[in-house]
Design a protein around this ligand. Sequence first.
Ligand SMILES: Cc1cc2nc3c(=O)[nH]c(=O)nc-3n(C[C@H](O)[C@H](O)[C@H](O)COP(=O)(O)OP(=O)(O)OC[C@H]3O[C@@H](n4cnc5c(N)ncnc54)[C@H](O)[C@@H]3O)c2cc1C
Length: 433
Amino acid sequence: MKNIVLGAGIAGIAAAYELNRNDIKSVIFEKNNDWGGLLDNFEIEGFRFDKFVHLSFASDKYVNDIFYQTEFISHDPVSQNFYKGHWLKHPAQNNLFQLEKEEKEKILADFKSRKDKDISEIANYEEWLRVQYGNYFAENFPMVYTEKYWTVEAKDLETKWVGNRMYKPTLEEVEQGIVSSETPNTYYAKEMRYPTKGGYKSFMMPMVKNLDIRTNSGVNKINLSNKTITLSDDITYEFDNLISSLPLTEICKLINDVPSHVIAASEKLNYTSGYLVSLGFNKPDLADKLWFYIYDKDILSARVYSPSMKSPDNVPEGCSSIQAEIYFNKGQKLDLSDAEILEHTINKFIGIGLFNEEDLVVKDIRSEKYANVIFDHHIYENRKIVLDFLEKNNIISVGRFGEWEYFWSDQSLLSGKNGAIKLLEKINKKPIS
Ligand SMILES: Cc1cc2nc3c(=O)[nH]c(=O)nc-3n(C[C@H](O)[C@H](O)[C@H](O)COP(=O)(O)OP(=O)(O)OC[C@H]3O[C@@H](n4cnc5c(N)ncnc54)[C@H](O)[C@@H]3O)c2cc1C
């Protein structure tokens, strides 16, 4: 029985791992030169930077039994917000203490007079923000951030994805955050974990032992009639069962004879891509925030993390590092060269006092085509058309871009595991617990 898994990110690896636990062999084909997908990392002169992923707040036992075999560092989820020269605790909505009196008054007045609407009557994310926080805060904080992070306007997003991701303070909490900086941490995770050594992908190490992972093996064609995949070097492999963690937008381009309405639906799926601007410093204390958000429009970056705070193993001794995220829409790079974006980011960060030019010893910019799926108003219908087609053709689609969901790494792992269980059911093998 030939079982093929496409993509060696955490979802593909988890699928092959679960099959292996059930004594079913599979081969994973991965286009990159290493496994890990968005959980992989890269190193420059002793500085290690993750490709987007940051910290784990997994709670599922199956995931934790895998991840936490690896020694980890535990962090309190303390983050900051940069807004017009002020540093506010996160979430900003109930930590406004640092703002000028006038702006606090406007936010409070609008918070008090916000509309009371049931979620079922709310048409889009912009309205959701106005109803939750009042107009002034909505317009100056999350609506601006939405354009930077999601690359679309808040009115163009639906709201089911929000869940507990956005804190909804009471009036008392907003008032408390206005008069005092001593507010409780209301972040949705209570603890964030990161491997002591080797970057985030070390959490995946217990899964990759004994897997057959073929790197530098991008899949170019999938032929459903004769059940074969063809790699970029034209080598063809037959399969009986196929699990794919490839983006829905990509797999439809690879399969022969996809109906036009399915192609059309896949092309309508929207997503963000992202630049990673990675900076290393020759001093130990320049990155003193685990992560922070930037609301100012004139700074391209939406978020900044510190790899050296995640683990000192990510930098040479006596050094520190930060990594900024800048988003663009659906693979369409910004109208600036990579060198200009790098320079812009460095200059803006020097301008807000994060470091001095002479502190910088490593600077790098690169990008990833797939970052977040965008929850526009047609996501569910378009996604369903593509997923139904794949299911009908016996392709088990897993992972963040294979299910087209807002999955954290632990959810992508479970998605891969569930994909393997579907395959086991298909071949009438009872999965072990
Ligand atoms: C900005 C950002 C921050 C995040 N932060 C966190 C966090 O702090 N904590 C957390 O838990 N999660 C975080 N996540 C989510 C996490 O990164 C994802 O859930 C997870 O990495 C998705 O894994 P995956 O295997 O589904 O997809 P991927 O990692 O994208 O894997 C898919 C694989 O398929 C390969 N592939 C694509 N096309 C082909 C082809 N034609 N042939 C062969 N191979 C192919 C790709 O190279 C890739 O390796 C973050 C994500 C982003 C974007």
